[in-house]
Design a binder for this molecule. Structure first.
Ligand SMILES: [Zn+2]
Ligand SMILES: [Zn+2]
Length: 424
């Protein structure tokens, strides 16, 4: 680049910076500004604006971007509390890898609809890792199980989760009984739908006391678990390593020594960061005693979150498990910043991180609320009507005669698809 050209660019950059114009993406560190002039030199030329050409957009639209072979994409499907609300469902994180793997970490109450918003074929969404068995971390497993099978998952749902200190407190017990609780639902689908997705959960239970022990190793991905300290024995956190990248998903916990050691130098580390004590009292209605106990002893207070991140020094620290509102976020941020000054994302539902060795890009996803299930990746099996469980005579005889009003639909579909289907 000639000196004259460089000077021209510096002048135009300075002008645009003064005018408050920004380009390029942010580094995701809240409260930091990006180095406009330095970034623009890296890009060599300033952006060319046009009244008719679209500019690069700075949001993520599901089903609109390829994933590079060396790239991780993390989506905060849900970041909130046990009481799910429209803005935030309860803990759920979708990790997509450039090798095609898609791993779900926690599937808390209300989160299945957020997964649906990502427009991913359900056959790819067959692996779930549970940090513990609070409903805000697994309460929508039934929704993914049934809804996913209905929408194209033609294989069993695989679930990894900790054993408890007794069999009754373990993942296998919980899922065996969840499956039993779905007896009426599943019996009613026999003979009507492709049965392959409705098989019992394939549960892999592992020792919650295992320290950095491998619990999953497939397709170049290694996942280890470490213990967490939360409510009872049993909760864990997960450490994922793939392609030279390290991703850590911390489940609920009081800050613990295993996280401090094994989450060290993560490319991205998620750790819970709980609602501030004053907000627990005034907004959540907790007693002062209850708020202190839950928000600082059962969970991780913002100051403690910051201290943990100062120890492990991730390329990006991600805080979740608080209601992120206009009047609560400052208390969280202020608390964290008393002990940590590194890169930070205060997460909310639909935040997205693209992670490579060189860059971590943070954006929000824009969601199509009218989304339908994506295409199935395999042809569905035709249902076997002989598997239907019939109505009793008393119930069957209560059918009002609708034959004539429904028959035109049969005629239309039979003609269009060359079938000879008859009403029951
Ligand atoms: Zn919990
Ligand atoms: Zn929780």
């Amino acid at each position: 680049m000639t000196t004259a050209k460089r000077l021209l660019i510096v002048a135009s950059m300075t002008f645009l910076a003064v005018m408050g114009y920004q380009w390029g993406h942010l580094d995701g560190s809240e409260g930091k500004t990006s180095g406009l002039i330095a970034e623009s030199f890296a890009a060599e030329t300033p952006p060319t604006l046009s009244p008719v050409k679209a500019r690069d957009r700075d949001f993520y639209a599901p089903n609109s971007e390829d994933l590079a072979p060396d790239e991780m994409r993390l989506i905060a499907c849900a970041t909130g509390m046990p009481t799910a609300r429209p803005k935030q469902a309860a803990s759920c994180w979708l990790l997509e890898l450039g090798n095609g793997d898609k791993l779900i970490f926690d599937i808390g109450t209300g989160s299945a609809e957020r997964i649906a918003a990502m427009q991913i074929p359900y056959n790819y969404l067959d692996k779930v890792f549970l940090s513990h068995l609070h409903t805000d971390h697994f309460g929508d497993l039934d929704a993914l199980f049934v809804g996913g099978a209905l929408a194209g998952r033609q294989k069993p749902l695989r679930v990894w989760g900790p054993a408890g200190d007794t069999p009754e407190r373990g993942t296998k017990y919980a899922l065996d009984h969840l499956f039993k609780a779905l007896t009426w639902d599943l019996d009613g689908r026999k003979g009507i739908t492709d049965p392959r997705g409705y098989q019992p959960f394939e549960v892999t239970e592992f020792d919650y006391k295992g320290v950095n022990e491998v619990i999953y190793q497939e397709n170049g991905v290694t996942i280890r678990s470490i213990p967490a300290i939360h409510s009872l024995d049993g909760p864990v956190s997960f450490i994922v390593e793939w392609n030279g990248l390290k991703f850590v998903f911390g489940g609920d916990t009081y800050p613990n020594k295993w996280f401090a050691e094994y989450a060290m130098d993560a490319d991205l580390a998620i750790h819970e960061c709980f609602v501030s004590v004053p907000d627990m009292i005034t907004k959540f209605g907790f007693t002062p005693q209850g708020a202190l106990s839950v928000a600082t002893q059962i969970h991780t207070a913002p100051e403690a979150f910051g201290k943990m991140m100062s120890i492990i020094k991730p390329r990006m620290a991600v805080a979740y498990h608080f209601f992120k509102d206009f009047d609560t976020t400052a208390a969280i941020s202020d608390g964290i910043r008393t002990t940590y000054d590194g890169p930070l994302s205060l997460s909310e539902d639909y935040m997205v991180w693209n992670i490579t060795k060189d860059d971590i890009r943070v954006r929000m996803a824009i969601i199509d609320e009218d989304v339908w299930p994506p295409p199935a990746t395999e042809e569905p099996l035709l249902p076997d009507p002989s598997l239907r469980i019939p109505y009793s005579d008393m119930i069957a005889n209560g059918k009002y005669d609708m034959y004539d009003v429904i028959q035109p639909t049969y005629d239309e579909i039979n003609k269009k698809y060359g079938l000879d289907e008859k009403q029951e």
